[in-house]
Design a protein around this ligand. Structure first.
Ligand code: SIN
Ligand code: CO
Length: 388
């Protein structure tokens, strides 16, 4: 992708300028980021999604059974008819996995790594509806999709910021407003992590939140060390060959710490394992149960493609690839495969193409490794045969 072309999506900034000056640093309001944007999902369709078992949804009712009541979906058909006229919000996660036109929108964010993007949450709010002043630990682009929403932004927060007691939600006790705007369809607000914000619907309104993934430091350390530990034999231990007599046997001396630091550095610095863990972690699907593989053998697979079958990425799958000294690694929905370097163009195609078929796979169908990889991805469920 080109990084030095002014982008309408970023209000005329280039991707490079946006990443340098705003990303993870400060908010940016972009009027008509997507001119004349029309939501591909209607409020009724959103409510329909919230009835589905596999869809993650929430209702926030400001004056419910208690202040800021949170109800979790899936909801019964009559749940929405019983709501008040105003001051409630329905939030549906990962709409990009269920509505292809919403997934399509994400292509506009390709100046950021796809493995950093988490999902597109879509909210519908009745007039006055909102989820209260809060902060998120992730970057978010808030695209106004329908109606008007008033956004207020405030202070930077952290784990010490006071929260309201007795609330189902993490609502800030104090909100120090610094700015306020009313967003129209097509307008977009970028917010860096931890910035307090507070959106309220001016009328029936829909907002799309493009949210990002960033593991916490605690997650990196606990998950990576768990991953590493699988490869370490019990026999490998703290060792102190060559130690010298101590003046006081009860004292832990500096050299013990140095030995521990060396042990940690040796393993924590293993770049191949770090990459393997990270790629697997960042491509872990949000809903693993939606990645169901198809049993197919090599010959059946090839015959199907040659007869015109089309492969698509499972909308719930996540993919990334990387180079290592001995070739390439493909990460697909939490799994990794080491592959020969000559498959690079195939990996790019698998990660990016809307559809894979005999025409664009061409030579790869004759490549044994390439064909095996495609077939394995179908068996794993990251790729699937498109419906006729
Ligand atoms: C919303 O769309 O109502 C909430 C989005 C957010 O504040 O993170
Ligand atoms: Co938020």
């Amino acid at each position: 992708m080109t990084t030095d072309v002014p982008l309408q999506l970023l209000g005329g900034l280039t991707a490079r300028e946006f990443l340098r000056d705003y990303w993870q640093k400060k908010p940016l309001l972009i009027r008509q980021a997507i001119p004349d944007f029309e939501s591909p999902v209607s409020p009724d369709e959103l409510a329909g999604l919230a009835l589905e078992e596999e869809v993650e949804s929430r209702l926030v009712i400001e004056h419910g059974e208690r202040p800021w009541e949170l109800r979790r979906g899936p909801f019964a058909e009559d749940a929405f008819g019983q709501l008040p006229e105003h001051d409630w919000t329905l939030l549906v996660q990962a709409v990009d996995q269920f509505v292809p036109e919403v997934a399509e929108l994400l292509k506009q964010f390709n100046f950021l790594p796809s493995w950093r993007i988490d999902d597109v949450m879509v909210s519908f709010a009745a007039p006055g509806g909102g989820v209260g002043p809060h902060y998120d630990n992730y970057d978010v682009f808030l695209l106004q999709a329908h109606g008007q929403r008033r956004w207020r932004i405030g202070q930077m927060c952290d784990a010490d910021s006071a929260l309201l007691e007795h609330s189902d939600l993490r609502i800030l006790a104090d909100f120090a407003q610094t700015d306020e705007w009313v967003l129209e369809p097509g307008d977009m607000l970028y917010l860096p992590p931890r910035l307090a914000h507070f959106g309220t619907a001016e009328d029936d309104c829909m907002t799309y939140s493009v949210g990002f993934r960033a593991p916490s430091a605690a997650e990196v350390l606990t998950h990576f060390t768990d991953f590493l530990a699988q490869f370490l034999p019990d026999e490998e231990r703290y060792s102190d060959a060559g130690t010298t007599p101590t003046a006081d046997p009860h004292q832990i001396q500096r050299d013990a710490l140095d030995r521990l630091k060396a042990l940690l550095a040796e393993h924590m610095g293993d770049e191949r394992l770090l990459l393997t863990w990270f790629g697997q972690f960042m491509t872990e699907p949000r809903y693993p149960e939606l990645i169901a593989g198809t049993e197919v053998d090599d010959d059946e697979f090839l015959a199907a493609i040659e007869q015109g079958a089309v492969l698509v990425r499972n909308p719930s799958a996540r993919m990334a690839w990387s180079e290592v000294d001995v070739g390439l690694v493909l990460f697909a929905s939490g799994q990794s495969r080491l592959l020969p370097a000559n498959l690079k163009d195939l990996l790019r195609l698998i990660c990016a193409a809307d559809a894979l078929h005999a025409d664009n796979l061409g030579q790869w169908l004759a490549d044994e490794e390439g064909r095996k990889l495609l077939c394995e991805l179908v068996k794993q469920g990251s790729l699937e045969f498109a419906d006729e």
